[in-house]
Design a protein around this ligand. Structure first.
Ligand SMILES: [Zn+2]
Ligand SMILES: [Zn+2]
Length: 140
């Protein structure tokens, strides 16, 4: 099945243990990596990779929803599997876009999901090359 930017069949993903599964549909929005402190702490690594999808196209298809943790109370929450700890998603309260961790998707190799920028370069580790800014807009 070809991967297209507007894959109406959706993109499936889930956590390491399989408890939390999801499907997202619609256009991927601003795939990027982020090296902010929150992403580094949560990942246990130097960065996380993100891609947005329309919130109304998200369906949780496994055993419930992730556990949500407010990284900025009242503003932003991040979802992870309560069993295996895999990081899955982030949502700004009131937003219509869900941020999905690229690593949670079953097919990370979709060329439409290649990161186009890196956020919070100032807190990035010095020992990894940074993702070049190849986006066409200044969004994000
Ligand atoms: Zn899990
Ligand atoms: Zn971040």
């Amino acid at each position: 099945m070809p991967d297209t930017a507007a894959d109406t069949n959706g993109r499936a993903g889930g956590c390491l243990c399989g408890k939390i599964r999801f499907v997202v549909t619609g256009e991927p929005d601003y795939p990027h990596v982020c090296s902010c402190i929150h992403c580094q702490k949560r990942a246990g690594g130097p960065l996380q990779s993100w891609v947005g999808f329309p919130l109304d196209g998200l369906r949780w298809t496994g055993d419930g929803e992730p556990t949500w943790y407010d990284t900025f109370p009242g503003e932003t929450k991040r979802g992870f599997c309560p069993t295996c700890g895999s990081h899955l998603a982030a949502l700004d309260y009131g937003d219509t876009t869900i941020g999905i961790n690229l690593s949670a998707l079953d097919n990370q190799h979709d060329p439409h999901l290649a990161p186009v920028n890196q956020s919070f370069r100032s807190t990035a580790v010095a020992w990894l090359p940074q993702v070049p800014d190849t986006q066409l807009s200044t969004a994000g």
